[in-house]
Ligand binder design. Structure first.
Ligand SMILES: [Zn+2]
Ligand SMILES: [Zn+2]
Length: 315
């Protein structure tokens, strides 16, 4: 058995190469819960962010102690990886009953952890509980397919949370080393979903490197900076933000396709996290919509009509 001996410089550069894919941490949802809690203090949408913290806490409880689920088909997983296809493809796994079992487990955990819930929330939970498997799949297919108007608005954050949980759980079966690096990967290499946002890291070896964060399974994958991750234009992208740029968020806006993707700058908000920063900066989305910029990526915890407030025209 022989192995190549690396010179000190080579060792350093190998250690300094940012990985193509990064798996989310095991306590992802607990981290989000903590972040939602701290962002909710003094925030105009404080009650909404606190509800999201509770949703995240229940996600973590079920992720830590999952219900018993059928194993994923290992042959399918490796065949997909071999052909550079996402191993946890949404179209395929929506037909796997595992996510519905996770939804039931999440509903139970969330209800147990939150004794007094507003009537509207209780009604939404009850609707999800009572829906049959076919109806749930229809809603989930619409939600993950970006057809938000086909899902009852009140159900979105809860259904979205259960789907995130299910895919984050399935992600445990994926070996990060088996995912081949590809340039211009605009969809998640693990599940094929769109990113919720980008993150500009600040710690080595990813210092200054941009990763896109999956809206569903939370995998991060490398995507070059200064390039639109929708139409791939590199022409004068704009970085729009409020002057004090709260939550470390700027919107990378592309003049060619008129869409934007939010970017989280960890050098501004070192304890920031993509999903939570996105939901704490919806004021930026409202401003950008007024200027005819189109948001292109979903946040599965966001009711598409409005965020619990009445009268929003947002779609
Ligand atoms: Zn994904
Ligand atoms: Zn573009």
């Amino acid at each position: 058995m022989s192995s190549k001996i690396l010179e000190p410089g080579e060792i350093e550069s190998a250690a300094m190469t940012p990985p193509f894919v990064q798996m989310p941490p095991a306590d992802l949802f607990a981290q989000r819960a903590t972040r939602f809690d701290s962002l909710s203090v003094g925030h105009p949408m404080s009650a909404y962010l606190s509800l999201l913290a509770s949703i995240s806490r229940a996600q973590q409880s079920v992720l830590d102690a999952p219900p018993s689920l059928p194993e994923l088909n290992a042959t399918h997983l490796s065949a997909a990886l071999e052909h550079d296809m996402p191993p946890l493809a949404v179209d395929t796994l929506l037909h796997n009953s595992g996510w519905q079992t996770q939804l039931d487990a999440w509903l139970e955990a969330f209800t147990k952890q939150n004794e007094s819930l507003p009537d509207a929330v209780q009604a939404a939970l009850q609707q999800l509980r009572q829906a049959d498997a076919e109806q749930r799949r229809t809603w989930a297919t619409a939600l993950l397919g970006g057809r938000f108007s086909e899902v009852p608005e009140a159900l979105v954050p809860f259904l979205g949370a259960a789907l995130q949980l299910a895919w984050r759980h399935w992600l445990k079966a994926i070996d990060v080393e088996t995912i081949r690096e590809r340039e211009d990967q605009t969809e998640c290499p693990c599940c094929g979903s769109l990113p919720v946002a980008g993150v500009i890291h600040q710690r080595r070896p990813m210092d200054g490197v941009r990763y896109l964060v999956c809206s569903l399974c939370a995998t991060e994958w490398h995507y070059v900076r200064l390039k639109c991750s929708h139409c791939r234009s590199t022409r004068e992208l704009d970085y729009l933000h409020f002057d004090d740029s709260p939550h470390g968020i700027k919107a990378e806006a592309c003049p060619d396709c008129r869409t934007y993707l939010k970017q989280l700058y960890l050098e501004i908000a070192s304890d920031g996290e993509a999903v939570t920063a996105d939901l704490a900066s919806l004021d930026l989305d409202i401003r950008l919509a007024e200027q005819d910029w189109q948001r292109r990526t979903p946040n599965l915890l966001l009711a598409p009509g409005s965020e619990g407030s009445e009268g929003s025209e947002e779609k």
